[in-house]
Design a protein around this ligand. Structure first.
Ligand SMILES: Nc1ncnc2c1ncn2[C@@H]1O[C@H](COP(=O)(O)OP(=O)(O)OP(=O)(O)O)[C@@H](O)[C@H]1O
Ligand SMILES: [Mg+2]
Length: 374
């Protein structure tokens, strides 16, 4: 947006605007160069619980949550320089309630281009956030639906081991042989097999439970190696059924980001699933996962590439694949939510998801996430 130049005395002060502004569903505020609130509408009183007089004596920094103050300062400098700024942030009401908001700000400058003040619209996005989180959860549940049949299959293998070993044990006992006469090694072997099989069933169950857990996950240090390994563990059945060869060059303990492990796994699960689907009818079915460092606009990212040798995406569909409900899969095979949800998740991690594809050759989806501590 070009810088809006306006003489201060020209700002209309008519009652009609006052009425409009006070009935506006969002907070409208104006802040001077030092961050002091010089104008604010009635919505702010309702949302924040302060009187307008109190607010007019306050600095903008007092109504934002402590954890966003640093980002707020950076945004304020950006805004003065570029003229406009849109961001999601967190404000704090008088009673301490934290309210997520979307802020749209623009700067006002005098004829000499000197910054005078900002005007901002702050929209309460609590409901939008809830819906968005609900959508992520719905996507996860849909993924679980698909994964469940695979997991049931995976559970079957160790379960067969348990049943067989148990059967051998029972038969030996029924045959009248006291356990003491059985070679100890045999007994140890059966018991070891049962233990191992039970452990892998437990791992699968734990994993599925973790994956399906709802929201309120806290951000933590995540080794992308583990995310990739967990996603491959969850999609193992799909990968095997599609007879896809997996090559993962991701080493442990090298690629740390800050994030929600389950959500990042959800992104990878969908990418691996999509790659398997894309290669279903291909002769070469190679899935490659690699992580490389990449710097963009001064920020250091880890770029996780998931590449397949599928049929590719036609150029006219490259943008569509991230749209909700865009799918080329038959009914019951895909909802078309995977990539749009993934884009939301990656965005929440201040990252990006991109695609490169060559029809007839294959596709690479890249997930870029800021390196932890960067
Ligand atoms: N690796 C890929 N190769 C070719 N096409 C792809 C690839 N990944 C995604 N697509 C295309 O993008 C569409 C959208 O993918 P997305 O993951 O969002 O939904 P979906 O897989 O169809 O359904 P689901 O909601 O179950 O994930 C797919 O239907 C497919 O047409
Ligand atoms: Mg998908």
């Amino acid at each position: 947006m070009p810088q809006m130049r306006i003489n201060r005395t020209d700002i209309p002060d008519a009652d009609i605007f006052e009425i409009l502004l006070d009935n506006f569903p969002d907070i409208i505020q104006s802040v001077d160069d030092g961050g002091n609130i010089v104008f604010i509408n009635a919505k702010a009183e309702k949302l924040l619980g302060y009187t307008r007089d109190e607010l007019l004596g306050m600095n903008i920094r007092q109504i934002y949550a402590e954890e966003v103050l640093e980002a707020l300062e950076a945004g304020f400098s950006d805004l003065k320089r570029t003229g406009d700024y849109t961001v999601e942030s967190l404000i704090k009401a008088k009673d301490g309630t934290r309210i997520p908001v979307e802020i749209r700000s623009f700067g006002i400058y005098d004829d000499n281009g000197r910054f005078l003040r900002t005007f901002s619209i702050l929209r309460d996005i609590r409901v939008i956030k809830e819906l968005r989180d609900g959508l992520v959860h719905a996507g996860r549940l849909a993924a679980i639906g698909e994964l469940a049949s695979g997991v049931a299959h995976d559970i079957n293998n160790p379960l067969t081991v348990v049943l067989l070993s148990n059967e051998m044990l029972t038969r030996s006992l029924q045959a009248g042989k006291p356990p003491a006469e059985l070679p100890v090694e045999k007994l140890q072997g059966w018991s070891r097999d049962i233990g191992k099989a039970c452990k892998s069933i437990q791992k699968l169950a734990d994993h599925l439970r973790g994956f399906s857990r709802g929201m309120a996950e806290k951000m933590e240090a995540v080794d992308l190696h583990d995310t990739v390994a967990d996603a491959l563990f969850m999609t193992n059945n799909k990968v095997m059924a599609a007879r896809v060869t997996v090559e993962s060059a991701v080493r442990k303990g090298r690629h740390y980001v800050t994030g929600c492990p389950n959500r990042l796994e959800q992104v990878l699960v969908n990418l691996v699933g999509n790659a398997c689907d894309a290669m279903a009818d291909r002769e070469r079915r190679d899935l490659k996962i690699a992580i490389e460092p990449e710097v963009r606009d001064g920020t250091a990212y880890w770029r996780c590439d998931v590449s397949d040798t599928g049929g590719g995406i036609p150029p006219e569909h490259l943008d569509d694949v991230f749209q909700s409900f865009f799918t080329t899969k038959e009914k019951g095979k895909g909802t078309g939510l995977g990539l749009s949800i993934s884009r939301g998740i990656v965005g929440e991690h201040k990252g990006m998801i991109e695609v490169r594809s060559a029809v007839g050759q294959g596709t690479t989806f890249s997930v870029l996430l800021p390196q932890a501590g960067a």
